[in-house]
Design a protein around this ligand. Structure first.
Ligand code: GLY
Ligand code: MN
Ligand code: MN
Length: 446
């Protein structure tokens, strides 16, 4: 392991969440109400549930970690603008299913102005919303829509409003806000990236022929949890040999074979912020010549893309740069034929590189925020976080030169746009051939 451990960032304070709520409310129409339900527990089988994961929008505005909660924002409301509904304290239930925060502590520790237990929703919610005619919620969230519809029926049947209630999409406004990360968020993203990087180094150093893909997954996920991450930000992909050509391969149940590459795409979720790293390396610690040749093509494209990250550029411009590098490399290796400009015009490299180069990164691994603005590709701004993840996936088909068949390579790093360029958060995991081989040689010596 060549990554020394950094200290974790301080936890976010209640004031950080309050500032986010203020910013959101500042952009709303008059007479607004915002309704944001938190996540609910989901049944896994019989009476077991999936591990609870708070809804990202709700977390962004509250930091409140329990299921079945609801945030209501009422700009200008005299009794307080931020109102939380949460699970009731219940000593019998808490004995079985865990301690609950309750309304009293929610106010004291999470900085909301008012808090009620969920049992009070039927009485309190219609009163709070009376007279508010512009309701903001996520229109694609079935829980939020069901709540809004039932409240609207209640309010109109009681004639507590005579003007129509307008439902507007809260997502667009809130997701614009989430797209630009604050300094506090960047510290959390850096730490998620750091844990992810340590985990990748650990898996790389542990790899050897005869292990199973899931044993490398265990190395990664051990490191995630050991360093305080919730676990993975998504299902870890450990794809050896031809499995790497399946983009979302998650079976991870094949043996690692000498002479194959293994592609690992995995990232930690730390305080709900995601890391997202991919590295591809030889199972036995040494690239073969054809593997190295293809790998250097992807690495060159990735380096060019990382260097291109700066305010003012766009993701399609970076993607075009990657496609140019990959196409040049594929022509040089004989995997494509023809003139460079013709190949680019026809998108010839899509056969080997079918996905995008980047996505936003944050509380969600494929984070929110529009990819276009006013109908045009959005220009990068300082504080945006994104991935750079070119790859080549060469099918095992007769028209492909034999030495390249069934090789899949992706190299993915996490980057924050700074005022003058990009800060790569994940450079602690080697991506140069010599550095990978050196780390693996050290790992095999242990
Ligand atoms: N791990 C999913 C992605 O790279 O987008
Ligand atoms: Mn990614
Ligand atoms: Mn990834």
């Amino acid at each position: 392991m060549n990554v020394s451990l950094l200290p974790p960032p301080p936890p976010l304070q209640a004031g950080a969440f309050a500032r986010r709520r203020q910013r959101l409310m500042a952009g709303l129409a008059n007479n607004a109400a915002v309704l944001i339900p938190g996540a609910q527990l989901k049944v896994r089988s019989a009476d077991t549930e999936y591990p609870f994961r708070q809804a990202s929008d709700f977390h962004y505005l509250t930091g409140f970690p329990e299921p079945d909660a609801l945030l209501v924002l009422l700009p200008g409301h005299e009794g307080g603008e931020a109102i939380l509904f949460c699970l009731e304290r219940d000593p019998d239930m808490e004995r079985w299913t865990g301690r609950r925060i309750g309304a009293e502590r929610a106010m004291a520790e999470y900085g909301v102005d008012q808090a009620f237990e969920n049992a009070a929703r039927d009485v309190e919610l219609p009163q709070l919303l009376a007279g508010r005619t512009n309701w903001y919620l996520a229109l694609d969230d079935s829980d939020a829509m069901a709540l809004a519809k039932s409240l609207r029926v209640k309010l109109t049947s009681r004639r507590e409003t005579d003007s129509p209630i307008v439902l507007s999409d809260m997502a667009e406004i809130l997701h614009e806000q989430r797209l630009i990360k604050s300094d506090e968020e960047l510290s959390l993203l850096r730490y998620a990236a750091h844990i992810s990087a340590r985990a990748h180094c650990r898996a790389m150093a542990s790899a050897r022929p005869g292990l199973m893909e899931y044993q490398l997954q265990a190395e990664l996920e051990h490191e995630f949890r050991w360093l305080g991450a919730n676990g993975g930000a998504y299902d870890s992909i450990v794809a050896s040999g031809n499995n790497a050509c399946v983009l979302h391969y998650i079976e991870n149940d094949a043996p690692l074979r000498a002479g194959d590459l293994v592609l690992i795409d995995a990232g930690a979720e730390y305080q709900l912020y995601a890391g997202d790293i991919t590295r591809t390396f030889p199972v036995n610690g040494r690239f073969t010549e054809p593997q190295r040749a293809l790998y250097e093509v992807v690495l060159g494209a990735q380096q060019a893309a990382l260097d291109a990250v700066r305010p003012g550029t766009t993701l399609p411009a970076i993607h075009a740069l990657v496609q140019r590098h990959l196409t040049e490399g594929l022509l040089a290796l004989g995997l494509l034929e023809g003139e460079l400009e013709d190949c680019l015009a026809h998108g010839a490299c899509r056969r080997f590189y079918p996905h995008a180069t980047s996505h936003w990164l944050g509380l969600d691994v494929h984070d929110v925020g529009g990819y276009t603005k006013n109908g045009k590709p959005r220009r990068l701004e300082a504080g945006m976080a994104l991935t750079i993840e070119p790859g080549l996936y060469i099918p095992d088909l007769p028209d492909i030169p034999e030495e390249y068949r069934g090789i899949g390579i992706r190299i993915e790093d996490d980057v924050v746009v700074t005022p003058s360029g990009g800060e790569v958060l994940t450079s602690q995991v080697p991506s140069q051939v010599a550095d990978i081989e050196q780390l693996m040689a050290r790992g095999r010596a242990i």
